[in-house]
Design a protein around this ligand. Structure first.
Ligand code: CR6
Length: 782
């Protein structure tokens, strides 16, 4: 980026001295940001010109979330000047990692789905592919979590105000989006101005800089409807890009959410079409639109609307183009996350769109009319049913490809959740197992391990991550073992420094770091983990021969503000943590740390330090998981259920190098079907589980607080829908196995190395190559 270190230093100091603010690390952060922006500008323009001149087919990844994480460090790394800048700053008396801490994290996503979208953009740019993101520029990202008396409290964040962010306002591309009014005319509509902010996506090892276009909602200049005051209109307009919905697995069905979805789809589609330099009929050869879950599925009727009403095509032509342009990724089978919109909501807010959805449904039903189908099948195949619009069905019918995010999940879609749709469109369905950016999760988060790998096998893995396999040669190499263990130790010590202020007693770096970080949710079973810890506590106090190898259990994760059960789980974790950590006997063996405000930056500190990766979702419920891949890549062993991408992790590394346990997906689904699982039976027959349940009901695990019964209600009244008690024994047994394995240090290190070696498959570069080849056909030129 700056030629040499000297050049950088000179340039930096010159800029620094021009600042009016004092010369603090915060000012240094601002200066670095400006330098980066200027540096990127030229390559960004060049990339755009190249795409226009070569007429490359462009991919647009539509997503309601892009959890991009901090950008400064990652951009420097991708521009191959991180070390140079770090050393230069060092010599000037500044610490780059300290400067990086000044960047507020843009939390424009909830979890896996949003982080996946961000990782995909990194891979697209790094593979020099023309792929861009389209999303919303939420003023407030995901809330900041604080823990008070063991409870989660939420505080709004305002990342934009806190930073001069990297994006560029494109007033020239602003457009007005209509809501309400009458179908087909703009009369009485309420207009919202959509203003794009373009953010550069800097690819590694090249000069490709793609664009993440985030839309901001503002009042339009058009007259407002007579039924509204200016004040209400302005408030409602700003609300559209005011905040991210803080729930990743609940369909809230609120009008604001619907507005966000349509706002994103309409602004993006109309701009893509307006800027095009080709005939509309060429669209499928020039543009691919990937719809990330159903949130942007309004892309289907919106593209139809533009083709019909603005481009003047007839229905069949428009439909052929739409269904050759749009493809859809499904990320969940959880019933409560399957979006269903009340018809009247869509009809009121988007009258013309509703007409189009009705027509899509009518035509699809007419096609099915000739087939012999059961009532059940017809029900599963209808887009509109009981005055509700099922977005997943709309997305499948309106796409040319539909994918799940891990092999098991795709099979469940094909054979169960979307069986009837799969029978209608067998060729549409395919699997694309998720991936993670090895640049962020290995090179950026764990430069120590990255260097060790490069010293041993060369740097080929950086561009071809599957070459991490070459590490297998070192799995038994004693001197490699020593360096590998030293790196893990170093990362554990670094983590301790980051979190010691929140822990009530010192953390032992020699203990096993067992880490469970992700959103707090029933199916992710943080409850099972903490019940197990309470059982360890009971056993250590009751059985003087039971003195297990020391373990530090880390938890981190946010609960959706309206999800009482999950909030109660956080309280339980903190209560048990306090109890365990303040017991002089127990704390020699078990230590519990809840890391406040888990986010991407915290993940970057936690994951490299892990020995054990807790991936314990109820089998069939976690579509893929991506945290599991990050841990593996950093040499942690997966202790997990046979669910989501865990299945493929076990496949890649071999089950003997991991700790699988628990009910299988088919067993879970069988129990769900026949209803024969009775948690009471387990409580009756298992004295240890009975004891922990008694403690739970007695309020001992929640400080005796009223309301502690969300958990009881779920386990007893709702008959333990996530099979926590059912899997608890098997979970305890696999923990015992893990402890045994850990005491054989050499064998453990060998397993850890094999995990890193097998993790290359999970780079999102692999995932993106597969999408590009099999779905988007990005190499296709017209
Ligand atoms: N919550 C899945 O649950 C998957 C990601 C990304 C999720 C998770 O298993 O890894 O998507 N689903 O594919 C949704 O958000 C709907 C998630 O992050």
């Amino acid at each position: 980026m700056f030629g040499s270190k000297e050049e950088f230093k000179e340039h930096f100091m010159r800029r620094f001295e021009q600042q009016t603010e004092e010369q603090s690390p915060q000012t240094a952060y601002a200066v670095l940001g400006d330098m980066l922006r200027e540096h990127i500008q030229e390559d960004w323009e060049r990339t755009n010109t190249r795409y226009a001149e070569h007429k490359d087919k462009q991919l647009y990844y539509f997503s309601i979330e892009f959890l991009i994480g901090r950008l400064l460090g990652q951009n420097l790394l991708n521009l191959a000047c991180y070390d140079l800048v770090k050393e230069g700053l060092d010599e000037l008396g500044y610490d780059l990692s300290e400067i990086e801490e000044f960047e507020p994290e843009p939390g424009l996503g909830n979890g896996g789905l949003g982080r996946l979208a961000a990782g995909f953009l990194d891979s697209l740019a790094s593979l020099q592919m023309p792929g861009h993101g389209c999303g919303i520029r939420y003023k407030g990202g995901l809330f900041t979590q604080h823990i008070k008396d063991g409870f989660q409290t939420e505080q709004p964040t305002d990342w934009i105000r806190e930073t001069g962010s990297l994006d560029v306002r494109r007033e020239d591309l602003a457009l007005d989006i209509p809501f309400f009014g009458q179908a087909g005319t703009a009369e009485n509509a309420e207009w919202v101005k959509a203003v794009p902010y373009d953010m550069p996506v800097v690819g590694a090892n090249g000069r490709t800089i793609n664009t993440l276009r985030l839309w901001q909602a503002e009042p339009s200049d058009r007259p407002i409807p007579s039924t509204k005051t200016m004040q209400i209109y302005e408030r409602e307009t700003a609300a559209i890009s005011d905040r991210l919905y803080p729930d990743d697995s609940l369909d809230e069905g609120k009008i604001l959410r619907l507005k966000q979805q349509y706002f994103l789809c309409s602004a993006s589609i109309r701009t893509i079409l307006k800027e095009r330099q080709f005939e509309i009929r060429e669209l499928p050869d020039r543009v691919a639109i990937q719809v990330n879950d159903t949130h942007p599925a309004m892309a289907v009727p919106e593209l139809m609307r533009v083709l019909l009403d603005e481009e003047g095509l007839d229905w069949d032509e428009a439909w052929a183009i739409t269904t050759r342009t749009i493809s859809y990724t499904n990320h969940t089978i959880l019933e409560e996350a399957m979006e269903k919109w009340d018809s009247y909501l869509i009809e009121t807010l988007l009258p013309r769109i509703y007409q189009i959805i009705e027509e899509i449904d009518r035509r699809f039903k007419a096609k099915l009319a000739t087939q012999q189908l059961s009532t059940h099948d017809r029900h599963k195949l209808s887009i509109i049913e009981n005055d509700r619009v099922k977005m997943a069905v709309l997305a499948v019918v309106g796409s040319y490809k539909v994918n799940g995010v891990a092999k098991l999940h795709t099979e469940i879609l094909k054979q169960r959740e979307m069986k009837e749709l799969h029978e209608q469109f067998p060729d549409k369905f395919h699997n694309k197992t998720n991936g993670i950016s090895h640049r962020r999760w290995l090179m950026k988060a764990n430069p120590e391990l990255a260097s060790l790998i490069t010293e041993s096998i060369g740097s080929g893995w950086v561009t071809e991550p599957e070459r991490l396999r070459e590490l297998d040669r070192f799995a038994k190499d004693q001197s490699f073992h020593a360096s590998f263990e030293a790196v893990k130790r170093q990362k554990k010590e670094q983590l301790i420094r980051h979190v010691e202020h929140i822990s009530d007693s010192p953390i032992d770096p020699d203990s096993i770091f067992d880490i469970h970080i992700k959103r707090i949710h029933g199916y992710k079973r943080q409850l099972m983990n903490i019940l197990h810890i309470q059982m360890l506590y009971d056993r250590i106090r009751q059985d003087s021969s039971f003195r297990p190898y020391p373990r530090t259990f880390f938890f981190g994760g946010k609960a959706a503000p309206t999800y009482d059960f999950a909030k109660q789980v956080i309280k339980t974790i903190n209560t048990v943590a306090h109890k365990v950590n303040s017991d002089p006997l127990v704390r020699q063996h078990v230590h519990v740390v809840f890391v406040e405000n888990y986010n991407v930056s915290k993940a970057e500190q936690l994951i490299p330090a892990a020995n054990v990766s807790e991936q314990i979702s109820t089998a069939s419920k976690e579509a893929s998981g991506t945290g599991n891949m990050k841990f593996m890549m950093n040499g942690a062993l997966t202790l997990g259920t046979v669910d989501g991408a865990n299945v493929e992790i076990f496949e890649q590394v071999g089950e003997e190098n991991a700790f699988p346990f628990g009910l299988l997906a088919e067993q879970v689904m069988q129990f769900e079907k026949d209803g024969t699982y009775d948690p009471q039976e387990i409580i009756r027959h298992d004295p240890e589980i009975r004891q922990v349940m008694a403690e739970l009901t007695g309020g001992q695990l929640t400080d005796g607080i009223e309301n502690s019964n969300y958990i009881i209600r779920q386990l007893i009244d709702r008959r333990d829908p996530f099979f926590v008690l059912k899997d608890l024994r098997s979970y305890m047994a696999v923990h015992d196995q893990m402890l045994m394995a850990y005491t054989e240090q050499t064998r453990w290190t060998e397993m850890a190395i094999k995990n890193v070696a097998a993790s290359g498959y999970f780079s999102s570069d692999r995932t993106i190559r597969q999408y590009a080849e099999e779905v988007w056909h990005l190499d296709r030129r017209s």
